[in-house]
Design a protein around this ligand. Sequence first.
Ligand code: GLY
Length: 354
Amino acid sequence: MPAHKIVISDDLKTDLERFLSDFKHDRLFVLADTNTREKCYPLLQDIPRLQSGRLITIPPGDSHKNPEQLSAIWQILSDEGASRNSLLINIGGGMITDLGGFAGATFKRGIHTLNIPTTLMASVDAAVGGKTGVNFNGLKNEIGAFHAPACVFIDCRFLRTLDRDNILSGYAEMIKHALISSGEVYANVLSLDLDKPMDSGILNAMVAQSVAIKERIVEEDPHEKGIRKALNLGHTIGHAIESLSFKGATPLLHGHAVAIGIVCELYLSYKQCGFPSDRLTQVVHYIKEYYPPFFFHCKAYDYLYERMTHDKKNEGGVISFTLLSGIGEIRINQSVSKERIFDSLDFYRESFGI
Ligand code: GLY
């Protein structure tokens, strides 16, 4: 998978117009959900080359990142004569860039895609790095492929209208990137007061810094054979918590589940790899300050454990964690006893007064 270009754009229309005139393609398709169709697409629709494209609109929400919507997209690509030289532009959050990315990866064994993320989560994580996929059998991104977009255009103007929950969701991935990078980035990310309105200059710089961390790792290991597993910090337990939340009345946004996963997996890092206790306390304090507690009972532990056994990093049926022995000191392929995993869930619940 070749490295893809990531552009932090201050003038998306001009940048996209230039890209479309330089990038050779026959047909153009644009995928949006009903929200991004209404709120984001209008900012771009008077680009003449975009007007000649076929707009595909699907319902919003992660529950629609499924084989049925995928099939509906394939159908349109097929009916409208898409070829391997066609370009599919995905405008939206992670649900759109994952689903559109996978449609692009699989149609005729791969057409060109371009991502325009419109959420913080997609800007710093989902739209970047070439992971694509759909949910299946109650499991997140169970079916998918690595397929690098030709380009990712990040325009932080889209982030100004995001609600607090969506900002927090994306920020959890920025905390993760900080933890796996350096003390300097860590201090920077944990010093931001998320209750204050975000200064757009600061947000732009922080997004650029966060994306650069991911970009470096993906360049080194695009297919997640080794160091890319670092990007899964917080996700082994986070994905299990996310699945649990979908069974109840309060489904969590991905990043909120990842924040819980980070708390649990830093506890495991402390117990197993010598991660400093004062750093653990700092991160727990920061997450507790901004992220609402998620209530679950110890009766859910077996379900959570069963979900973790489906994690894509596992080998030979053993749950494999990414842990840290310090900020930026990554330990991949860590196996942890079931008892200790349960202790980490106890730790979260006790820390959050559940
Ligand atoms: N979201 C983790 C990765 O892209 O590898």
